[in-house]
Ligand binder design. Structure first.
Ligand code: SF4
Length: 236
């Protein structure tokens, strides 16, 4: 499968995001979905995708620790596109076990604790969401962080058994914001307050203008740890 995806990558990487989406949405119909965290890139993709096919699956992972502004943009997005983006929650028993083991804010104590929290609240629900799908659309961009620099438009995700499609991989931040302005796309108001990347409320903070785009995520950890595990690449 890895070789097949590499060939597709060579074939498609020079096409623009909309053309690639049109191709894959038509080919995979109900076996393809966008995962959205309602960040700027995901909002661009939501707009593009629903204009191509209003029935395409879009889902989000509600970790239980999101900022209110994320729920606000979720509501505004549902209203604008007359849709109801599907929400996946963590298993309540896993959250209870996590709480008993590390307390309410244990993720600040160690990388291990933080990864365990991300596993329970994000990765396990993601696996449920991807079950039965063949293509997972994401809003990754290469310039977002050192961990994403070598990401390609199409990748084989071994741990989830899906093709990962990253249509905006070569987009710049200004490409994203031009699209949002030109198309009147709703966006998270935290982006106006110095948050280029938005995740859970206790693990995200505002950054200075010009700072690394993901430096406000898990700011107490070193850059090579700054992924929640959703987008970790296998090396073989
Ligand atoms: S980002 Fe923070 S609160 Fe959210 S799942 Fe990961 S460790 Fe837990």
């Amino acid at each position: 499968m890895r070789e097949k995806v590499q060939k597709l990558n060579t074939e498609f990487k020079h096409l623009d995001a909309k053309d690639v989406l049109e191709h894959f949405l038509k080919l995979y119909i109900d076996k393809i979905a966008l995962s959205s965290s309602f960040g700027a890139e995901d909002q661009v993709l939501t707009d593009m995708i629903l204009k191509i096919d209003a029935n395409t699956q879009i889902f989000t992972l509600d970790t239980g620790r999101l900022p209110q502004q994320t729920y606000d943009v979720m509501s505004r997005t549902n209203l604008k596109y007359k849709t109801k983006i599907r929400v996946y929650f963590p298993d309540c028993r896993d959250v209870e076990r996590l709480y008993h083991k590390q307390g309410a804010n244990g993720f600040y104590d160690s990388v291990e604790n933080r990864k365990e929290c991300c596993y329970v609240r994000k990765i396990a629900p993601l696996k449920r969401a991807l079950n039965g799908l063949e293509v997972w659309i994401t809003g990754l961009r290469a310039e977002q962080s050192p961990t994403r620099e070598e990401t390609e438009m199409l990748e084989w995700d071994e741990s989830n058994g899906v093709i990962k499609l990253n249509p905006l991989i070569s987009w710049s931040e200004s490409d994203v914001w031009s699209y949002i302005r030109e198309n009147g796309v709703p966006y998270n108001s935290l982006h106006n307050e110095g948050y280029p990347s938005i995740g859970c409320e206790p693990c995200t903070r505002a950054v200075q203008a010009g700072a690394d785009l993901r430096s406000g995520r898990w700011w107490w950890e070193s850059p090579e740890h700054k992924e929640c595990g959703l987008h970790i690449k296998e090396t073989n």
